[in-house]
Design a protein around this ligand. Structure first.
Ligand code: ADP
Ligand code: MG
Length: 343
């Protein structure tokens, strides 16, 4: 037999396939946190606690009081493409949960040491699973509170090249806080705690959006928030804009959520900025937290897990509705350009 003619293609072992997938899903500690927070929300939690050590390089633990998992599901949750959230391809076009790919836990467990504790409220005992680099080290029944705790330890312990590429602790921590803030903003009815190296960074009680904004960004926002709302047949816009005096030269406090999912869009940002024209300096950016509600069949979120872009069927209409909503809000609250007495 001619050796050059022999077959050489093989399927990759799961552990390697998972590690490759992890390269996409888990870029840094904050991306793992995002996945873990989204799982807690998908599980119907009303309280979520986040514990971070060494900017997530040593530990990120997310503890929720959601519905928990059975012992079998707990083990299944670490398999790739294993999800409870969609069943058919038709479900892909009406996604109502954050997750649907079934990739996050498999990816995280491929590049970290993970300890999962979970219990369903009607069960006496829960399940403990320890898994490292996709290898299950332990699975046993355990007494634990209802809900789920996922602890991700020593991220990239088995991929030194990627561990070395992590940024300094302050930079990685900033990404973690940003991720936490986005999720906490979009679920003000859920209580969130963030602990960093045993210090409490945030302790947010469930409440209204305005209270959540104040809890996250400070008391000076209390009197500076202008409600913003516009309801149309295709699209609802709701939320708050900051009065012009909240505008800052640095960007960062601009938030769009589409069906409660944080998105970035320079195009839609422009819609808000132009509505503020004449009210703030050209080099300043207004504060806003705007929630767009739109029929899921008119958007495509089925892009990359770490991407925050989104495709709208009719982007121009979205732009026009946002701009008009902001203009109206500013008008209704008599926020008009200050008269210039210097001339
Ligand atoms: P996805 O969220 O896309 O389904 P994940 O890998 O993030 O994929 O999670 C796999 C499955 O594990 C989920 O579909 C869910 O059933 C279960 N799961 C993960 N995290 C939790 C949690 N905190 N509480 C309850 N179930 C969870
Ligand atoms: Mg998920």
């Amino acid at each position: 037999k001619n050796p050059a003619m022999s077959d050489i293609i093989q399927l990759l072992p799961d552990a390697i396939a998972n590690q490759i997938a992890a390269g996409e899903v888990v870029q840094r500690p904050a991306s793992a946190l995002k996945e873990m927070l989204e799982n807690a929300i998908d599980a119907g939690a009303s309280k979520v606690q986040v514990i971070v050590k060494e900017a997530g390089k040593q530990l990120i633990q997310v503890i929720d009081n959601g519905r928990g998992m059975s012992a079998t599901d707990a083990r299944m949750s670490f398999e790739r493409h294993a999800t409870s959230k969609i069943r058919t391809s038709a479900d892909l076009f009406a996604i109502r949960t954050f997750g649907f790919r079934g990739e996050a836990l498999a990816s995280i467990a491929a590049v970290a040491q993970v300890e999962l504790k979970t219990r369903q409220a009607d069960q006496e005992l829960g399940t403990l699973i320890q898994i490292e680099g996709s290898e299950v080290k332990k699975q046993e029944p355990i007494a634990t509170s209802p809900g789920t705790s996922v602890a991700m330890k020593n991220l990239f312990f088995n991929v030194p090249a990627r561990r070395n590429f992590l940024k300094s602790n302050p930079v990685e921590m900033r990404h973690i806080v940003e991720e936490f803030q986005r999720v906490a903003l979009s679920y003000s009815e859920i209580g969130f705690v963030l602990m960093q190296n045993d210090l409490e960074v945030f302790n947010l009680q469930p409440g209204k959006l305005s209270q959540r904004i104040v809890g996250l960004f400070g008391k000076n926002y209390q009197s500076n928030l202008v409600p913003c709302e516009e309801l149309t047949p295709h699209l609802n816009v709701k939320g708050y804009i900051g009065k012009p005096e909240c505008a800052k030269k640095t960007r960062g406090e601009q938030y769009f959520f589409v069906n409660n999912r944080y998105i970035k869009s320079n195009y839609l940002h422009h819609a808000v900025s132009t509505a503020f024209e004449g009210l703030i300096q050209n080099d300043q950016h207004p504060f806003y937290v705007l929630f767009l509600e739109i029929d899921p069949s008119h958007i495509d979120i089925n892009v990359h897990p770490t991407k925050t872009e989104i495709k709208f069927e009719d982007e121009r209409t979205v732009y026009a509705v946002i701009r008009s909503a902001v203009k109206q809000a500013l008008g209704a609250h008599h926020v008009v350009p200050a008269l210039d007495f210097s001339i």
